[in-house]
Design a protein around this ligand. Structure first.
Ligand code: ATP
Length: 343
């Protein structure tokens, strides 16, 4: 196990500032998710930690040692990419054993290690098959087992689940989380999928345009976003953002509810809500509409749970409310979070 740190790390490709001064540190044994939109620099940061990319500036520290000048194989890391290429002509056993063979581990020890890693992922019965005889999820597990046999101090995973279909992905996500807790190896996991990040991470590091915007526990980042980027990147549908003088006022769709649904003792801010469209989700409803004064004609979405039985007609106006505590304020110029203020 090891702590991984990035100290003011930068990577420029010509004019492109792929990673632009990132500082972060994992905790021992933590599952840290790097989350951000395509092109925000996540993969480049991960590749610098792995030693596959040389930083333009800054330091990478693994287990209290600056590793900038160490080659990947000396960093005690294991990396699994989106396209985890298994050797197609080799049986699963030999695929998993491959890194050990390359290290010169004796045959008996290799066999024990492979069996141990296979048991970790529940793939013991697949050891005699070729990769083409496996499902996507099974291949994935073989790739992880192959990374595991090297007993790395750090796991670096770059969207390893993105080749799986939605159902398998949910199962694989759970499995990965369980496995990581079992072995306790510090893990950095890259994804652009906020649902995945919320479900997997002990903490999430949210990146945009080469910069770290916020790092915190999933609920913390969701509930207390540091800026408008984080607020709108997490959550589906995203946080409503309405303009008011020099501020932006944000509130989550699930917090915008018909006034009668809120408790009577709550401190509420009420809005006129002109409903334009209702979308049925099965488990609830999304209501699309426009706010009345003083937020005239700004678009918002309300997300109602299935236990809200009120009938809503598009074209009509209703009184909706948000608890004062659920309003988040941001500076309109910088996008940064500011203190709450009266509306
Ligand atoms: P994705 O989720 O699409 O993989 P990402 O967040 O991982 O995106 P990176 O792959 O780190 O993003 O890329 C960050 C930026 O750096 C992008 O603008 C990309 O085009 C640029 N970039 C990455 N690698 C190179 C390279 N080898 N040469 C030039 N530009 C690069």
């Amino acid at each position: 196990m090891a702590i991984v740190e990035a100290r003011n790390i930068r990577k420029y490709f010509g004019e492109v500032r792929a990673v632009d001064g990132v500082n972060l540190a994992t905790r021992e044994g933590e599952f840290l998710v790097l989350l951000g939109p395509s092109g925000c620099g996540k993969t480049t940061l991960l590749r610098m930690i792995a030693g596959l990319e040389k930083p333009s500036a800054g330091e990478i520290v693994i287990g209290a040692q600056v590793v900038n000048s160490l080659p990947p194989r000396a960093r005690k890391i294991a990396m699994v990419f989106q396209s985890y290429a298994l050797y197609p002509h080799m049986r699963v056993f030999n695929n998993i054993a491959f890194p050990l063979k390359a290290q010169g581990v004796p045959k008996k020890a290799r066999k024990e290690k492979v069996e141990w890693a296979a048991a970790m992922f529940g793939i013991e019965r697949l050891l005699d098959r070729k990769p083409r005889e496996l499902s996507g999820g099974e291949r994935q597990r073989v790739a992880l087992a192959r990374a595991l046999v090297r007993e790395p101090d750090v796991f670096l995973l770059d969207e390893p689940l993105s080749n799986l279909d939605a159902k398998l992905r949910t199962a694989a996500r759970y499995e990965l989380q369980q496995f990581q807790k079992r072995i306790g190896t510090t893990t950095i996991y890259v994804t652009h999928d906020q649902v995945e990040a919320m479900g997997l991470g002990d903490r999430i590091a949210v990146m945009n345009e080469g910069k770290l915007r916020q790092m915190g526990m999933p609920q913390e980042v969701y509930d207390e976003p540091a800026d408008t980027f984080v607020a709108s990147f997490l959550g589906s549908p995203p946080m409503n953002m309405v303009e008011r003088n020099n501020d932006i006022v944000g509130f989550r769709p699930e917090h915008l509810l018909p006034t009668e649904v809120h408790g009577t003792s709550e401190h509420l801010v009420t809005f006129q809500f002109h409903l334009s469209r209702v979308e049925h989700l099965g488990a609830g409803r999304l209501l699309y509409g426009l706010l009345g004064a003083p937020f005239a004609d700004q678009k918002v979405i309300a997300n109602l749970a299935s236990n809200v039985m009120i009938v809503f007609q598009p074209g009509m106006s209703y009184t909706f409310a948000v608890k004062t505590a659920n309003l988040k304020f941001f500076d309109r110029a910088t996008g940064l979070r500011i203190e709450p203020r009266p509306l």
